[in-house]
Design a protein around this ligand. Structure first.
Ligand code: GLA
Length: 399
């Protein structure tokens, strides 16, 4: 049996817990607001976002919620389940990052103010069904949930894309991770039942309906903490930028790897060093695979989707070098399981999760195969989660 997707914590229960946390504050449960922000998987288009390329992520039904009451004193006090320390922020004197989870809240408050969004103080409680450090964008979910709570009024005065960009800025310039836009975008703009094709150059995007009745979305978690995450990620970004700089010395029309195609690869081999060539080859071929996947999904060509996922995984493993033994093993187990149509690592890599498209009648078979074979070969406990494509961040309406 796959681990059941945990139910989001009911808003009523969250409100009661918040009231219990602050017995002296006389929190009226009816006045408590609840906001939510989902995690995401990326179907395909990995390490292409910061190269002006294409991505195809989907928000999922594992999510972070914040229950809160607005205050008038410009102070943010947030407890988080599973965290020993609370976040305590003065919105008029945010300060620099502290190396704690509260940085995501402080960074978001800072980025909202920088974007001209009025913010408000609040007292609240964060809770989540999203596993942390699993490559499912729990950080982006925390940022977007915080943005919805911190923005004064009923909803932030920015559209979903602009809000995602503010949260990306929080992560880039406050937390200090040079991530692209994909995670915040998917978490903010998600559409239930669909993935989103985003052109990271023009920022045009559109939903791509997923045939979830024919192909279930299954996430397999390696159970391995993401090693080397931020520093290796920043290295890859730098190597891509160096490849572009080397190319631009010969071709002024090239501003990013997006400006190159497969036909340029033989020439690139003559001007780039070996690492630069492999990084560029991954990004160039991955962009093509994203568009091919969108076409194959629309045409119902499931086998083709499987081939594209396999090619993406191999390219991330061999050319971009961001996979891991555990991710490769999960993909191998999935690929050998009848009824699994497509499998690849998802997200930044170096641990985390795989994403699989699975015939509904094969979901349990995949879960059994993973739970049987993976721990014996790694000593790690995996998790297998059937998820659904969900809406992006917003308010939880209480009925
Ligand atoms: C992380 C980053 C994203 C993206 C992916 C790789 O999730 O936050 O911006 O670069 O890695 O596709």
């Amino acid at each position: 049996m796959p681990n059941a997707t945990p139910d989001p914590i009911a808003a009523e229960r969250l409100a009661a817990r918040l009231a219990a946390l602050h017995p002296t504050m006389a929190v009226d449960p009816a006045a408590v607001r609840v906001v939510r922000a989902p995690g995401r998987i990326n179907l395909i288009g990995e390490h292409t976002d910061y190269n002006d390329g294409f991505v195809l992520p989907a928000a999922i039904d594992l999510e972070t919620r914040i229950a809160f009451v607005p205050t008038t004193d410009r102070r943010v006090g947030l407890a988080a389940e599973g965290e020993a320390t609370a976040a305590s922020i003065d919105l008029d004197a945010i300060g620099t990052r502290a190396g704690a989870w509260a940085d995501y809240i402080a960074g978001t408050a800072w980025a909202l103010a920088a974007a001209g969004v009025p913010t408000r103080g609040l007292t609240g409680l964060v809770t989540s069904t999203l596993p942390r450090e699993a490559g499912l964008s729990s950080s982006a979910a925390l940022e977007l949930a915080a943005a919805w709570a911190l923005a004064d009024g009923d909803a932030p005065p920015l559209d979903g894309l602009a809000l995602a960009r503010a949260c990306q800025r929080a992560e880039n310039d406050y937390v200090g991770v040079q991530c692209g836009l994909m995670d915040q975008f998917a978490v903010s703009c998600g559409v239930a039942g669909a993935a989103l094709l985003l052109d990271c150059r023009s920022l045009a995007f559109r939903p791509v309906p997923l045939p979830e009745e024919r192909l279930a979305l299954v996430v397999c978690h390696t159970g391995a903490r993401r090693r080397l995450g931020a520093s290796a990620y920043n290295d890859r970004r730098r190597q891509c930028a160096e490849a572009v700089a080397a190319v631009a010395r010969h071709r002024r029309d090239v501003a990013s790897l997006r400006d190159l195609g497969v036909a340029d690869l033989p020439w690139l081999a003559t001007i780039l060093d070996e690492v630069g060539l492999r990084r560029a080859r991954h990004v160039i071929t991955e962009n093509d695979r994203v568009l091919a996947t969108v076409a194959a999904l629309a045409a119902g060509e499931d086998e083709r989707v499987g081939e594209l996922f396999a090619a993406s995984h191999a390219s991330l493993r061999d050319d971009f070098e961001v996979s891991s033994r555990e991710l490769d093993l999960l993909v191998a187990i999935a690929t050998a399981t009848p009824g699994v149509g497509a499998a690849r690592m998802t997200g930044g890599g170096f641990g985390g999760c795989t994403v699989n498209l699975v015939r509904p009648d094969a979901v349990e078979r995949l879960a059994s195969a993973v739970l049987r074979d993976y721990p014996a070969r790694t000593g790690l406990q995996p998790a297998v989660m059937a998820v659904r494509a969900a809406d992006g961040a917003g308010i939880v309406t209480r009925g």
